[in-house]
Design a protein around this ligand. Structure first.
Ligand code: PBG
Length: 329
């Protein structure tokens, strides 16, 4: 008998045998989406230094790469493209023979993967910004992407992805009105069945560093603070998400994930749509860097990251850990 008068002892339910019964959250392979980088300038697979385990693959290897992912139990991929050439407006983003279009065609014809495509221009413009520039942008402080002319190009790009067979499109440029423009474009072309997953609350985050190496999409001047959200703001995220819901978004994404779990939770509580979180390149790279020094256990911290994102309220997670974690489930 204990000397203490304790009736409430949470530890009773932490023993083997009962832990699983009372567990509240679960990560399933079917919740995960794996990013894939397809590079029109590569003729072989090129490892990405800052993202161990990930590589840029040529179009000819896209199917093989996606099959490796499917073998782990993950069923969905998100395709990013590195085009053969860039220009001022990013016109290779909507080319019928563009890198994402070719890869999408091959992957949807030859595999059962659910293919989501990133719709943005930063990898396709020579200045690295996510759309058409305002006149004088390079010279002028505070000028960057011209919102409304970018909308038309976003719609074009989304339609070209759908024509190539994309199952879902995911606009990531934080252009005001992007979801509505894309929805309208898709519907007008007969793609009313293709859902839009909006990067609804996308922050101007330093955690995207490794991705910009991977996708060659760093801005040539300035940064993205004039279109991506200020990390200081939470209420504004609700406003952003609400606008995307009004414009017909099917899935609402918060990005990054771990430093923004408060936003994931708030979106979960306020809206009934599926909530996605993007566990970004920097969140991946920092665990790898610490594990390399022997300071953290890689697989344990990877799994705990995804579990925490789900616990905060995400239904699905875009993550570079998809294969690692699915393999261990
Ligand atoms: C393109 C895009 C970015 C990411 C996804 N889509 C880069 C950016 O906005 O600068 C980042 C993903 C990651 O860091 O894993 N707009």
């Amino acid at each position: 008998m204990s000397d203490h008068d304790l009736t409430d002892r949470p530890r009773r339910l932490r023993r083997d045998g009962v832990r699983g019964l009372v567990s509240e959250t679960e990560v399933r392979a079917s919740d995960l989406m794996a990013p894939v980088f397809v590079d029109a300038t590569a003729d072989e697979r090129v490892p990405i230094d800052s993202m161990p385990g990930h590589e840029r693959v040529p179009v000819s290897e896209a199917v093989a790469r996606v099959r490796e992912i499917l073998d782990t139990g993950v069923e969905a991929v998100m395709l990013f493209g590195i085009p053969e050439s860039k220009d001022e407006v990013g016109s290779r983003a909507w080319a019928p023979d563009g890198v994402v279009q070719r890869a999408t065609r091959a992957v949807t014809e030859e595999t059962d993967a659910y293919v989501v495509t990133d719709v943005c221009f930063c990898e396709y413009t020579d200045h690295g910004h996510c759309g058409v520039l305002e006149p004088g942008a390079e010279a002028g402080e505070g000028l960057t992407v011209d919102n409304d002319p970018t909308l038309e190009n976003l719609a074009r790009t989304a339609v070209s992805h759908a024509e190539a067979g994309a199952d879902m499109v995911a606009p990531s440029s934080m252009t005001d009105g992007m979801v509505g423009a894309i929805r309208e474009g898709l519907d007008a072309s007969g793609f009313d069945d293709v859902p839009v997953m909006s990067y609804a609350a996308k922050y101007q985050s330093a955690f995207y560093g490794p991705f910009r190496d991977a996708a060659d999409g760093a801005p040539a001047f300035g940064d993205r603070r004039h279109y991506q959200m200020d990390p200081a703001n939470a209420r504004e995220a609700m406003r952003e998400v609400r606008l995307d819901v009004e414009q017909g978004a099917d899935v609402l994404m918060v990005k990054p994930a771990l430093p923004y779990l408060d936003i994931v939770r708030a979106v979960r509580e306020e809206f009934d749509h599926p909530v996605a979180a993007y566990n970004v390149s920097g969140e991946y790279a920092m665990l790898h860097a610490a594990a390399e020094k022997g300071w953290l256990d890689l697989e344990e911290t990877a799994y705990e990251s995804l579990l925490s994102i789900k616990r905060a309220g995400a239904d699905l997670i875009m993550t570079y850990w998809a294969e690692t974690v699915a393999d261990r489930l």
